[in-house]
Design a protein around this ligand. Structure first.
Ligand SMILES: [Fe+2]
Ligand SMILES: [Fe+2]
Length: 274
């Protein structure tokens, strides 16, 4: 066919056949057919991020997806993905919890903060528990303690940031003096022979000497009691604590010009090609 969808907006573009190479590779999942003729007549391709596909068969098909986007009825996903709830113009932490974070991670974070609250722990610990896995919830899992700490750094007390960063290393090491043992789940997840790498061991040793060690350790303690799928916790329970301990930017997370604004924008528009 000739001409583009833009040149003839009243005509529906008939989707062409997906090349067998992409079908066979299971990449149809990354291609969104037009949903609604009145809203969008074009197919949209989501190019999966390198970090998500490296080491998998999907990484071999990036070129094929690029080629696919050259069709006149096809563009890359940019801006709002219709499959996701639209975010407000000035999103708050609560908006990310409710409109972006995966259900399992959101539930875990809220439960872990609830355990901290019920145990009478201070607001910094409650805040750290509520935020400790937000990188897993909305951005990246590998190195999640470090990513999460960076994401919240401009908005929380340094002790909270530090505790989130160090929980990454502390969770691998028991501290029987406070009742923390190596989680049974890790034996299943990583195998009984898993040994944390040297840099994690060094991080752990250094963290043990820090004056905020127990703040981070408490994250790991509350962590293991916070995976009950039947317990539902409302974000509103923490509204006051967050109001006092998280400096919500007036422009909205992602738009305050901070050094981490791009991380929040990546969660608003996670499928942007570039
Ligand atoms: Fe974690
Ligand atoms: Fe956790």
């Amino acid at each position: 066919m000739s001409g583009s969808a833009q040149a003839r907006p009243s005509n529906r573009v008939l989707p062409h056949e997906l090349p067998a190479s992409l079908h066979d590779a299971g990449l149809a999942n990354w291609i969104r057919e037009p949903l609604d003729d009145a809203v969008d007549r074009r197919r949209r391709i989501i190019m999966p991020p390198a970090a998500a596909t490296m080491g998998t068969p999907a990484s071999a098909h990036r070129g094929a997806l690029l080629a696919e986007a050259r069709h006149s009825d096809t563009i890359f996903m940019m801006g709002d993905n219709p499959a996701l709830p639209t975010m407000p113009q000035r999103p708050t932490l609560q908006d990310f919890f409710e409109l972006r974070f995966s259900t399992i991670a959101r539930t875990h974070l809220l439960q872990s903060a609830r355990v901290a609250k019920e145990n009478g722990l201070g607001e910094k610990v409650i805040t750290a528990c509520l935020l400790h896995d937000i990188a897993i919830a909305g951005l990246l899992s590998a190195n999640h303690g470090y990513w999460g700490a960076q994401m919240v750094a401009p908005y929380v007390d340094e002790e909270v940031r530090w505790a989130i960063e160090k929980h990454e290393a502390l969770r691998y090491f028991a501290d029987e003096s406070v009742g923390y043992t190596y989680p049974d789940a890790y034996i299943d997840y990583f195998g009984p022979d898993y040994n944390p790498p040297d840099y994690i061991r060094r991080e752990y040793q250094a963290a043990r000497q820090n004056r905020w060690y127990m703040t981070s350790r408490l994250i790991t303690i509350n962590d293991i009691y916070s995976f009950d799928p039947d317990v539902v916790v409302d974000f509103g329970v923490f509204e006051d604590v967050i109001g006092r301990n998280f400096r919500q930017p007036a422009e909205g997370l992602g738009f305050d010009g901070s050094p981490v604004a791009h991380m929040w924008r990546t969660m608003i528009w996670p499928n942007n090609f570039l």
